[in-house]
Design a protein around this ligand. Structure first.
Ligand code: UD1
Length: 431
C-alpha cells in the first residue's frame, strides 16, 4: 500500500503534457472487440483502469501487443469467450462497454454488473433498454447481465434516451455498429469521448453520423477492418492541472490539449480571476491575484463537467472571502470529499445536491483518505496549496485515472512523493 505525501505551499511553474483521455480509452479498447483484424491504438493513458480492461480482453482471447507504454495493438480475431469474470468486471465502471461490444459482434454477452467509483446510485437501465430496443433478450441474474441476440445479430431501431447518459449512448453505438439497418439514438450525450469512439469506429469502416450532437445515426455495416487510431487528450486531466495552478499560484503551460474541449473549464477559471491563454494545442494558466468566488452547476457536455466539480471546490475554498454555491446536476453522492476538506480548515455545508463553500483563503495540511478518483485529485490540489504536510491514503482511486500524476506535478515544482505505508499504518488506516 502506498500514500502521497505533499509538502504544500509551492507555486507551480513549467510545462505539463496531458495524456490520452481515460473515458475514451476505456470505451475504445472494448470497441476493438467489434473489429475483424488488428487495431493499433495510440495515446492510451497508462492508468490502472486501462490495465484492467486490457486484462479482460486478453482473458476473452484477444491478442494484446505492447508497442510502447501508450501504444497497443489489439487483435480480437480469436475471441474464445463472451463471459467477463466477476472479479475483473467489478474493478471498473466502464466494464459495461463489454456488453455492447460483445453483443454487437458475437450476438451474446455475460458480464458481471460493473464496479467503479461510488458516486451514488449508478443504474444501467438505459443501457439495458437500448439493447432490448435493438432486439436483444436481456436478463439480470445473480449479479450478471446476460444478453443474447436471438438471430445472432441485432436489428437497427430508434432508441430514445430518457436521460442524457454518456455510457448508455456509447453502449448503444457499440451494439448497433454491426446491426442490420439504421439505428437512431435520440437525446444522446455529446461528450468529446463519444465523438472519439465514433471516430475510432468510423476509421475502422463503421458508418456513424452525428456524434457530438444529440441525434446519432448509425448505418449498420457487415464488418469492421483493422487500422490505427490515436485517442484524444484528456479534458479532465488537463482541467485538474489547470485547477492545481489556480490553487497554488504560478504559471504552467499545459500541452497536448484540444482548447475547444476546455471551454467550459476555462470560462469558469477566468470568472475566478485566473488568466488563461490559448496557444495552438497548449493552454497557459497563470494566477496573478486572489481567487474570486463563483457558482458552479454541473451538467452534461458542453456544460460544466461533474468530473471537475471536486477540484474546483478545492480552489473555491481558497478564495479570499465570499461564498460560492455548487450545484451537482449529475451524481447524488459527489460531496464525500467535504469531510476531508474540513480537516484542512475548509468551511463547506452540503444539503443534498448543493454545497455552500466559504472562501477561507488558506488551508492547512492534514492526513486525508481519497474516497473516489476525482475527490482524490481534489485532495491532491488542496494539499499542494495548503501550508504544512498532507498525506493522502487510498491512492489507488487516483491512479485509476491519472498517468504519472506525481511525476508530472514534481516536474512543475510540486513537493509530492509516493511513500510505502508500513503494515502497522495500514492496519491503523483500516480501523
Ligand atoms: C461517465 C463517466 C464519468 C462521468 C459521467 C458523467 C466514463 C467511464 N465515466 O459515467 O466519469 O462522471 O459520465 O459525465 O465515461 N443513468 C441512469 N441510467 C443509466 C445510466 C445513467 O439513470 O442506465 C443516470 C446516472 O445515474 C447519472 C446520469 O444518468 O445520474 C449520467 O450518468 P452517465 O452519463 O451514464 O455516467 P457514466 O457513463 O456512468
Amino acid at each position: 500500500m502506498q500514500k502521497y505525501v505533499i509538502h504544500g505551499g509551492h507555486p507551480l511553474f513549467g510545462e505539463i503534457d496531458v495524456s490520452g483521455a481515460k473515458n475514451a480509452a476505456v470505451a475504445i479498447i472494448p470497441a476493438a472487440l467489434l473489429v475483424d483484424g488488428c487495431c493499433r491504438i495510440e495515446n492510451i493513458p497508462q492508468i490502472s483502469d486501462v490495465t484492467v480492461v486490457l486484462e479482460i480482453l486478453q482473458e476473452l482471447g484477444a491478442e494484446v501487443r505492447t508497442i510502447n507504454k501508450n501504444t497497443f495493438e489489439i487483435d480480437c480475431s480469436h475471441i474464445r469467450s463472451c463471459r467477463v469474470p466477476d472479479e475483473l468486471s467489478r474493478r471498473m465502471r466502464a466494464s459495461y462497454y463489454l456488453i455492447g461490444a460483445l453483443l454487437g459482434r458475437f450476438g451474446e454477452a455475460e458480464v458481471s454488473m460493473p464496479g467503479g467509483c461510488d458516486l451514488g446510485v449508478r443504474p444501467i437501465d438505459l443501457h439495458i433498454k437500448s439493447f432490448k430496443t435493438l432486439g436483444a433478450d436481456v436478463d439480470v441474474q445473480g449479479g450478471f447481465v446476460y444478453t443474447r441476440a436471438p438471430k445472432g445479430r441485432l436489428d437497427g431501431a430508434t432508441i430514445y434516451m430518457d436521460q442524457v447518459s454518456v455510457g448508455a449512448s456509447i453502449n448503444a453505438i457499440l451494439a448497433s455498429v454491426l446491426a442490420d439497418g439504421l439505428t437512431v439514438i435520440e437525446n444522446a450525450a455529446k461528450e468529446p469521448h463519444i465523438v472519439d469512439v465514433a471516430n475510432f469506429l468510423n476509421s475502422m469502416g463503421a458508418n456513424i453520423m452525428g456524434a457530438g450532437t444529440d441525434v446519432i445515426k448509425i448505418h449498420g455495416v457487415a464488418s469492421l477492418h483493422g487500422g490505427t487510431y490515436s485517442i484524444i487528450p484528456d479534458q479532465i486531466e488537463a482541467g485538474t492541472y489547470m485547477a492545481a495552478v489556480a490553487a497554488t499560484g504560478g504559471c504552467v503551460t499545459i500541452r497536448n490539449i484540444i482548447p475547444k474541449h476546455m471551454d467550459c473549464i476555462t470560462a469558469k477559471l477566468e470568472e475566478m480571476g485566473i488568466q488563461i491563454d490559448e496557444q495552438g494545442d497548449s493552454i497557459i494558466v497563470t494566477r496573478t491575484s486572489d481567487i474570486q468566488r463563483t457558482n458552479i452547476k454541473t451538467m452534461p457536455y458542453p456544460g460544466f463537467p461533474t468530473d471537475m466539480q471536486p477540484q474546483m471546490a478545492a480552489c473555491l475554498c481558497l478564495a479570499n472571502g465570499g461564498t460560492s454555491i455548487i450545484n451537482e446536476g449529475i451524481w447524488e453522492n459527489r460531496y464525500r470529499y467535504v469531510d476531508e476538506f474540513k480537516r484542512m480548515g475548509a468551511e463547506i455545508q452540503v444539503d443534498g445536491k448543493v454545497a455552500v463553500v466559504e472562501g477561507v483563503g488558506h488551508l492547512t495540511g492534514a492526513p486525508l483518505r481519497a474516497c473516489d478518483l476525482r475527490a482524490g485529485a481534489a485532495m491532491v490540489i488542496a494539499g499542494l496549496a495548503a501550508s504544512g504536510t498532507t498525506e493522502i491514503s487510498c491512492i489507488h482511486y487516483i491512479e485509476r485515472g491519472y498517468e504519472n500524476l506525481v511525476g508530472k506535478l514534481c516536474g512543475v515544482g510540486a513537493d509530492i512523493q509516493i511513500v510505502n505505508i508500513a503494515e502497522d499504518d495500514v492496519n491503523q488506516d483500516a480501523v
